[in-house]
Design a protein around this ligand. Sequence first.
Ligand code: ADP
Ligand code: MG
Ligand code: ZN
Length: 474
Amino acid sequence: MSYLDNYDIVIGLEIHAELHTKTKVFCACKNQFGDEPNTNTCPVCTGMPGALPVLNKHAVELAIKAGLSFGCDISPYSVFERKNYFYPDLSKAYQISQLVYPLCIGGKIELDSGKTIRLNRIHLEEDAGKLVHINKAVGTLVDYNRGGTPLIEMVTEPDFSSADEVVEFLKKVRESLVFEDIANCKMEEGGMRCDVNLSLKKKGDSEYGIRTEMKNLNSFKSVQRAIEYEAERQAEVLATGGHVVQETRKWDDASGQSYAMRSKEQAQDYRYFPDPDLLPVEIPSEEVARIKSEMVMLPQDRRKRYIEEFGLPEYDAGILTSTRYISDYFEKCVENFNAPKKISNWIMVDLLKLVKEQEEFEFPIDEKSLAGIVKMVEEKVINKTVGLQLLDKVIETGKDPLVLAKEMNLLVTISDDEILGLLRKLKSENVKVAEDYKNAPEKVVGFIVGYVMKNTGGKANSAKVRELIAKEFQ
Ligand code: ADP
Ligand code: MG
Ligand code: ZN
């Protein structure tokens, strides 16, 4: 029996993802993680007086793509506002963000259970710099490289009721953003982070309770643990007659606890107002249509297509859509030779093992060549073992598989007479086989084919062999 048994958990998320642009959102500095501190900076992103921001079009396009990925409406008119607060990593003393007129409105993502999580909005804003705490003697240093890099913030409605739902949702969001190359979402680099708003309500109640907010969780594990801890904590407060205080809490992974940072009374008034240095963004519907036409099919839609149209098992569809690269590769192979399941087998069994443990890879053979080999095997011009030898050789030489197969004499097929000769030899040496064949052909045909293959180095065409067996063993 836990205090939580009497309550439903209610969670809403605010997710930040760093956009994959070359340059920052309001200046031409590089948007690059891991460079020497303060090397990617300029008067604009360090907030020098009089410096003027210029909006990065690519950042807007990526934010729109994010919106289109999740079914948002793209606003024809949106406004950048200044969110005023002081912090050492924010040299302007305001962050350029959006409040009243965000770029994307609404939207939704469906969980595997069929439950829908509604999005409230997605807006575009700039990131702050980073404080680096050295030690007591040196103190804290500031790195402004991240300052001014583009972020999208996605805000959901309070539709989640468990940590599992939240983690599944975050994985889906990450998958879509990475697939479309909108964001890298490298969580260990802070490329995707999430604020969790959580409240409880008595089971059956319709009114929401008071919520707390845990900021900047940057791994699925800490999201999971923070939610479980906070739900238990609130349940105990409520069940023992207390009140949940609306506050920001910090999750500490090391201790496995959260603690209060500031309450609502201490919360700042950001005094948002439209940034006078930036014009409102107007996006004609033709522009949205153009951006949409450049987008690829999302992984969940591709999975559906692979299962329904190509007849692949769910397992195959999952692996083949695990990255955009594999999925594009697979589809291109299928365009070259329309045998999706066969292609899938080759990729999953024979190609992936060649690149295993590499985080970023390209298969060492192009799509057309792989499709060519699979085709030869399927048309029984060569058998699978020879196909694998051919694969190695194509990888080694980069030559066309058919040309190579001819050069290597792999295509030599055994003549009908040779096959017949072998069948007659078998018949005379092994009388039982012939008898067994008469009684139950299907039981021994495999054995006979095997015999021919063994004696021809696997080069006989197995369909042909079966045809001749039927003749010879009648
Ligand atoms: P604020 O403007 O104070 O940040 P919002 O209305 O923008 O508040 O909500 C911020 C986040 O908090 C959203 O993700 C929303 O879904 C979530 N949220 C709002 N009310 C609750 C609640 N009672 N319990 C849990 N989450 C909530
Ligand atoms: Mg908020
Ligand atoms: Zn700059």
